[in-house]
Ligand binder design. Sequence first.
Ligand code: ADP
Ligand code: MG
Length: 614
Amino acid sequence: MADIIQLLPDHVANQIAAGEVVQRPASVVKELLENAIDAKATSVTLVIKDAGKTLVKVTDNGSGMSITDARLSFERHATSKIKSAEDLFNLHTKGFRGEALASIAAIAHVELKTKTEASEIGTHLTIEGSKVISQDPAVVPKGTTISVKNLFYNIPARRNFLKSNPVETRHIIDEFHRVALAHPSVAFQMHHNGSDVFNLPSSNSRQRIVNIFGSKTNEKLVPVSEETEILKIEGFVLKPEYGKKSRGEQFFFVNDRFIKSPYLHHAVSSAFEGLIKNDVHPGYFLFLEVDPHSIDINIHPTKTEIKFDDEHSIYAMLRATVKHSLGQFNIAPVLDFERDKGFDTPYDYSKKQPTAPSIEVDKDFNPFKERAKQGNINFPFKREQTASWESLYVGLKDENTAVSNLGDIEFESEEVTGSLFENTDAETGHITFQIQNKYIVSPLKNGMMVIHQNLAHQRILYEELLKNITVKEAVSQQLLFPLQLHFSKPDLEIIEKIREQLEHTGFIFSELKDETIEISGIPVLILESHVVNLLNQLVHDIKEEVPDNGFSQNDMLVKSMAASMAIKTGVSLNREEREHLINQLFACKEPTVSPTNKPVFTTMDVSDLDKKLM
Ligand code: ADP
Ligand code: MG
């Protein structure tokens, strides 16, 4: 094959959005996978070691490079993909800047082996810190293998800046997913530290999604398809009941390139309006095709943002198409979130005796009432669990405590007996009330206290769970019918890793294999119907950040659990619940701050009011 790589003339190079191409091992993975796709490979293998910090190696069976191209490919602005500035607006390839290999070679030990179909013998190049160390002929199959070793070896500061291996691996897997989803007909494999992570055969788009995210995904998908003059949309959305509290699977591809677009995300979300709750995010895999002339990809260094000429029409079409699909597949009956969860829980309820569907809607639903109705022994505001109010009082007088700013505020009830509210009722004028179902206001003798209900409950749960997880004596509630939950393989691995800690909080796992978890017991603090969300949130949080040492991992786990279990803003609490919450809060060791260090309450005394009003 003839040489095809050219150096871009300066005036073209200068139009290219400049920026840091390599930020972390995942950036290398993205660039190498994309190069393999651009080389028309039908099979691509990714091998990483130590989350890509030691090695990222991509092998493809694509076009390969001639000897000259192999050398040129590491020059800055050397590319075979565009020739002129106009080409920037007619892109059919992932890459076009000719910068990736040059940037990678500057900060790593790179080895390239490549051969074209036409040539007998291939090329083997080694480069360190942009310098060619060796160049030899090599007997290699058609295609290209690029190994990138010891990333940032010559920039220790950057290397130290990398996150823990699980976090960097997560980023790599995200990039791998994005490229693999966009190119289902290409076979992909991924190995990490010698073990198989993914083995994705050539397939169609639906099979690819299922192969990546687990076999249970298949039944969750609703096809989306539309074609107009300016836009073709194919893909799937997840049925509304599989929306997640945390951002789950949300993928937009434009002309086979993964892109991030809050604007298009909004279009899809709005198509789900009325079908899912406000704080639940829809899942989607949407493949948009537009005329390459009608978009600009060259606006961001990582090429994950693009500009459409006709954004508004695309928004409208996307929204209408998704809405239509949801309607057509009969996904649009009015969902009522507070109804008997037996009918739409995502886990397998098949073993449960059918019960008549209840259409009763409890507008004031809140988990605590439900628990009380069920007669659950662990009503979270159980009075007996409440430490005496005196302890708060003592704390208040101690100048060294964090609450000492309350020191000169006297509480209304002078005769404190056991609990702040025990001797009070509405008649004596001692009332608490809620503002906007968010804050609880409680009068103090000399002023008032305003408590953030969600943060307060997080603090309470956090201390309770942290105790359980460290003392390892949590009580479980046995489930009559074990819950079966389905997770993708990587997610399941995460749960496997924290299994022991979860068991210390009260979970009992009867089975954990093949994308399925069977749970026969759960912590007493949780409702059965919240387990799915809780585990999803946990997995999500762990993907975002896994501290390496065991102690802080417990802490992170417990924070995440407390955040997802705590009563939310928007839940109305009756008097008893409000008072229990306050009592429990002040039985905590550190009632003043939430687990994430936000203030839980504030107080105002008469002098503060005087300042405002006089
Ligand atoms: P870009 O992809 O923007 O052109 P790169 O620095 O990623 O820039 O690659 C430079 C050139 O090297 C490409 O244009 C291509 O011609 C060649 N190249 C890189 N990777 C491969 C590969 N896996 N197979 C064949 N050619 C490749
Ligand atoms: Mg490239």
